[in-house]
Ligand binder design. Structure first.
Ligand SMILES: C[S@@+](CC[C@H](N)C(=O)[O-])C[C@H]1O[C@@H](n2cnc3c(N)ncnc32)[C@H](O)[C@@H]1O
Length: 472
C-alpha cells in the first residue's frame, strides 16, 4: 500500500463553486476591492487532489490559466490523464509539496480548499507563505479550515473513533476508519436520550460521520493531521504573512443578518469595533464548524464591513435557484426580470434599462435581494446556453464524465449534477456539436433501441441547457 494516505485511499474529486475566481472576485467587489478579471485570471490551487475543481473552472472559463499542485502523486497522475483525454489546454497539474514549491510566477487567485486543517503546522505556515509570495497585486486568495467552537464537538468524536479503533494495525487508515464507523453507527442508533443537551449534540454531530463514505472519514475527521482554529487565530496567522481578511466565500455566510438584528450592535460593542473580534464572536454564537475565508494583500484589506450600495453596479445579477419570488417593489420587478434566465446573469446597466429604474434605488434593491437570499451576484456573465443549439455541444468535461459512466457531471456553473439514468448520460456524450436532432435520435435508437420523440428530445436538451451543461 502506498505510504501517503491520499495515494492509498483516494479522496473525492468534486468542484467547489465557492473557490471559483468569479466568486472570490464577487466577494472582493462587495467589500470595495478591485480584484483582477476572474475570467482571464491566472489561478493556482494548492492541494488540488486529482484536479476536479480546477478542471471544472477550466472547462467553464476558457480564458483562465490554471495550475494545481498536490503532494499525492497518484491523484495528480490521474488528473493529468483526464486533462489530456478531455483536451483541456488551460489547466496543468503538478506533483509537489507546498513546503518547497518555488518559481511558479504570479497568480491572480490562489485557492486551498480542505488543506490548512489537514496538514502539520509547518505546511500550514508554508501554505500562507506561498499565497503571500505568489499572489499578484490586487490578487485574492481562498483558504478553508475547521473553525472553533464547532471543532470541539468534532474532536470529541474523532478522539472516541480513534480510541475505538485502537487495536487496528498502524498504517491501514481504511481499516481504522471502518472500525471507527462501527462506533459512530452504534452511537447514532443508541443515543441514551435526545431530550438533553448531550443527546441533541450527538443527534447533530454523529450522522455526518456514521453516514460518511469511508474516504471522507479517513481524510477528514480521522486524518493524521486534524486541527481546528478560532477565526481570530487564523486571521492573526494570515496577518503574520501580511495577508488581510476580506470576507467569506460562502456568500450567505457574509451576512450579519444571520444574527438577530438587535444582537448586532451589542456584538460590535463587545468586539470594541474590531472586525476580527466581531467575526470570532459570531462563530461562538452560531457554533461555526468551518470557514472559507477570502484573503488579500494586507494593504488592500477592506475598511468597511457592509457592502456599499453603489458596488451593486459593478456586479452581474442572477436569481438564486429555487428562491421564493417576491410580490411587490423594485426587487420583485428585478427578480421577475431575472427569473426566466434561470441562473444566467444580467449586468447592472442592462437590468436598469429594462426596469427603467433609478441607479441608486436599483442598487439598494439588488443588495437587499442578496441579503434576503433571492439574488446571487457574480463578477461577470456566466456562460452556458439558454437555448439548445441546432447541433448542441455539452461541456467537454461533462461529456468525458458521462462517457466514463460517472453519475456525477460538472456543470458550467461549477456545480455537481447527479445523473443516474444511463440513457441521459449517453445523450450527453452525443452532444459534441457534430449531430443535429435527427442524428442524435438515430444514434440513441442504434445504441439503446430507445425511440425518443422530437419533443421529448427537445425537452431533454432544454433541461440540459437549464442545468448549465450546454455551451453557448
Ligand atoms: C482533504 S484533501 C482536499 C483535496 C481537494 N482540495 C478537495 O477539497 O477535494 C487535502 C489535499 O491536500 C494535499 N496535501 C497534503 N499535504 C500537502 C502538502 N504538503 N503539499 C501539497 N499538498 C498537500 C493532499 O494530498 C490532499 O490532496
Amino acid at each position: 500500500m502506498p505510504d501517503f494516505a491520499y495515494d492509498a485511499v483516494r479522496y473525492s474529486n468534486f468542484p467547489y463553486g465557492q473557490t471559483h475566481p468569479d466568486r472570490l472576485a464577487t466577494v472582493a467587489v462587495l467589500y470595495g476591492l478591485h480584484p483582477p478579471d476572474p475570467f482571464t485570471a491566472r489561478v493556482l490551487e494548492i492541494g488540488c487532489g486529482a484536479g476536479g475543481n480546477l478542471m471544472a473552472m477550466a472547462a467553464a472559463t476558457p480564458g483562465i490559466r490554471a495550475l494545481g499542485v498536490d503532494l499525492a502523486a497518484l491523484p495528480i497522475a490521474d488528473g493529468q490523464r483526464a486533462i489530456a483525454e478531455i483536451g483541456l489546454t488551460n489547466v496543468e497539474l503538478m506533483h509537489g509539496d507546498v513546503r518547497d514549491i518555488a518559481g511558479l510566477g504570479e497568480f491572480d487567485f490562489i485557492v486551498a480548499h480542505g488543506v490548512y486543517s489537514w496538514v502539520p503546522p509547518d505546511a500550514q505556515d508554508a501554505l500562507l507563505a506561498t499565497i503571500r509570495s505568489f499572489l499578484a497585486p490586487r490578487g485574492v486568495a481562498y483558504v478553508s479550515y475547521n473553525a472553533e467552537p464547532g471543532g470541539y464537538f468534532r474532536r470529541m468524536l474523532r478522539d472516541s473513533g480513534l480510541w475505538h479503533a485502537r487495536d487496528v494495525a498502524p498504517g491501514d487508515p481504511a481499516a481504522q476508519a471502518e472500525k471507527a464507523r462501527e462506533l459512530y453507527t452504534f452511537l447514532a442508533k443508541h443515543r441514551v436520550s435526545t431530550a438533553d443537551t448531550y443527546g441533541a449534540l450527538l443527534h447533530r454531530e454523529v450522522p455526518p460521520l456514521s453516514d460518511a463514505p469511508l474516504y471522507r472519514l479517513v481524510h477528514d475527521d480521522l486524518s493524521e493531521h486534524f486541527s481546528c482554529i478560532w477565526f481570530a487565530e487564523f486571521a492573526a496567522h494570515a496577518a503574520r504573512h501580511e495577508l488581510g481578511y476580506v470576507g467569506e466565500a460562502d456568500l450567505y455566510g457574509l451576512r450579519t443578518e444571520m444574527l438577530p438584528s438587535e444582537v448586532e450592535p451589542e456584538l460590535w460593542q463587545l468586539a470594541g469595533g474590531d472586525r476580527i473580534a466581531f467575526e470570532n464572536y459570531t462563530d461562538l454564537l452560531t457554533a461555526r464548524h468551518f470557514r472559507q475565508s477570502v484573503l488579500c494583500h494586507e494593504a488592500d484589506a477592506p475598511a468597511g464591513v457592509e457592502p456599499l450600495p453603489e458596488l451593486a453596479e459593478r456586479l452581474h445579477w442572477a436569481v438564486l435557484p429555487n428562491a421564493e419570488p417576491l410580490e411587490v417593489g423594485l426587487l420583485a420587478d428585478a427578480y421577475a426580470e431575472l427569473a426566466p434566465l434561470a441562473g444566467r446573469t444580467l449586468d447592472f446597466a442592462t437590468l436598469r434599462e429594462r426596469l427603467g429604474a433609478d441607479a441608486g434605488d436599483l442598487s439598494r434593491a439588488l443588495l437587499d435581494g442578496f441579503r434576503r437570499e433571492r439574488l446571487l451576484p457574480h463578477a461577470g456573465a456566466l456562460v452556458g446556453a439558454m437555448e439548445p443549439a441546432d447541433r448542441p455541444i455539452a461541456s467537454p468535461l461533462a461529456r468525458w464524465q458521462a462517457a466514463g459512466a460517472e453519475e456525477e457531471l460538472t456543470s458550467l456553473a461549477y456545480t455537481t449534477i447527479r445523473m443516474e439514468e444511463p440513457a441521459a448520460r449517453l445523450l450527453v456524450t452525443l452532444l459534441d456539436g457534430t449531430r443535429d436532432r435527427a442524428a442524435i435520435r438515430a444514434e440513441l435508437r442504434t445504441r439503446t433501441g430507445l425511440e425518443l420523440s422530437e419533443s421529448d428530445l427537445d425537452n431533454n436538451l432544454r433541461e440540459l441547457a437549464r442545468l448549465f451543461l450546454l455551451l453557448a
